[in-house]
Design a protein around this ligand. Structure first.
Ligand code: COA
Length: 339
């Protein structure tokens, strides 16, 4: 199926007008973690591919709002626009400092996007993908002309650093994009999926109260308010769903792996990405990996990769880009993007 068949019924498309990202300066290496808990650089690298991650310093006022604002400002600068040019601001995060007002409303206020609509969404590590696909749809149907999206998580704010099973994986980051209407409906997200299976929630969750602890998880010694994860369950889910999402995109678009200019995958574990490369025959040089330096930054991950790849000239825009993620919920999502 070609792009015009997939987007039949729409009379406009979407382009990425600009991107931006932000990470804190503070580096937390595997060696630093080994001084804090019973783990080692070797164990972490072998199981996850992570060497170090960035974490916010709350004493300096660093956090989700701070990272999101920087990424959003950079995306607007890259697009040559100001906040006044956007109709809507969407922030995807599970680490908002406040639930009211939304992080998006505060960002909109800071960048001068009044009276643009503003709201947060939560889809964990799929957050940026959910925001991207939603924004693309709203622009296509003519409800908005320009939308600023941000995916950001300050995971260090919901990590118990006394626990070695979860803390080693995560870092803090934000990624942002300005999406803009164009006349050609064959540009933008020509295929997308947004999916979830809520039955799997106990595999990855952040309880706010003792009563919310999942059955069988009572003995886990992780503070209330911090992320809990069943690593093995998530691994099994991730390998299966991630590969299924990519395969579905190939089948639905009729595109083969070598017809893509880039693959932007959520960075959760290098082994999960390597397995997809091997099993699905993805061209390795087109699959971006930065988990070694940034760990898993949840909703920040895909946007961070997108911005780093664009700025490094690593996206061949003459071909479609595949973006794909999975995460808590459990959720998974994909998008085939024609530039
Ligand atoms: N350092 C050293 N040892 C550790 C450790 C750490 N940080 N964390 C766990 N271990 C130990 C365990 O206690 C266990 O020891 P035991 O065999 O004596 O009981 C052993 O290592 C194996 O633990 P296990 O949990 O089975 O490891 P694993 O091979 O499944 O790897 C993950 C753990 C977390 C790396 C892996 O399960 C994973 O990547 N899961 C997916 C996570 C993910 O992607 N989450 C985000 C989704 S968006």
């Amino acid at each position: 199926m070609n792009a015009s068949d997939l987007t039949a019924g729409f009379n406009r498309g979407v382009r990425i007008a600009g991107t931006g990202s932000a990470v804190p300066d503070r580096v937390l290496s595997n060696h630093d973690l080994a001084k804090m808990m019973d783990t080692s650089d070797e164990w972490i690298q072998q199981r996850t591919g992570i060497r170090e991650r960035r974490i916010c310093d709350p004493d300096k006022g660093e956090g989700t709002l701070w990272l999101s604002e920087q990424a959003a400002t950079r995306a607007l600068e890259d697009a040559g626009l100001t906040g006044a040019d956007v109709d809507l601001v969407i922030v995807a995060t599970v680490t908002m400092e406040m639930t009211c007002p939304s992080t998006a409303a505060r960002i909109a206020g800071k960048i001068g996007a009044t009276p643009a609509g503003a709201f947060d969404i939560t889809a964990a590590c799929c957050g940026f993908m959910y925001a991207l696909n939603l924004a693309d749809s709203l622009i296509r149907v003519g409800r908005a002309d320009r939308i600023l999206i941000v995916g950001c998580d300050c995971m260090s704010s919901i990590i118990d650093y006394e626990d070695r099973s979860v803390s080693i994986l995560f870092g803090d980051a934000a990624g942002s994009a300005v999406l803009e209407a164009v006349d050609d409906p064959a540009r933008g997200s020509v295929y997308q999926s947004l999916q979830a299976d809520g039955r799997g929630w106990p595999s990855l969750y952040i309880p706010r109260h003792e009563s919310q602890i999942a059955e069988g998880d009572e003995d886990t010694k992780i503070r209330i308010g911090c992320l809990r994860m069943n690593g093995r369950e998530v691994y099994k889910f991730a390998v299966t769903r991630f590969q299924r999402a990519i395969k579905d995109a190939f089948e639905k678009t009729g595109l083969a792996p070598d017809e893509f200019g880039a693959f932007i995958c959520h960075q959760s574990n290098a082994r999960i990405i390597e397995s997809a490369v091997e099993k699905l025959g993805l061209p390795e040089d087109k699959v971006y990996v930065n988990i070694d330096r940034f760990g898993n930054s949840s909703a920040g991950s895909v946007g961070l990769c997108l911005d780093q790849m664009r700025k490094a000239g690593r996206i061949d825009e003459s071909k479609p880009t595949m973006l794909v993620a999975f995460g808590g919920g459990m959720t998974w999502a994909s998008s085939v993007w024609r530039h």
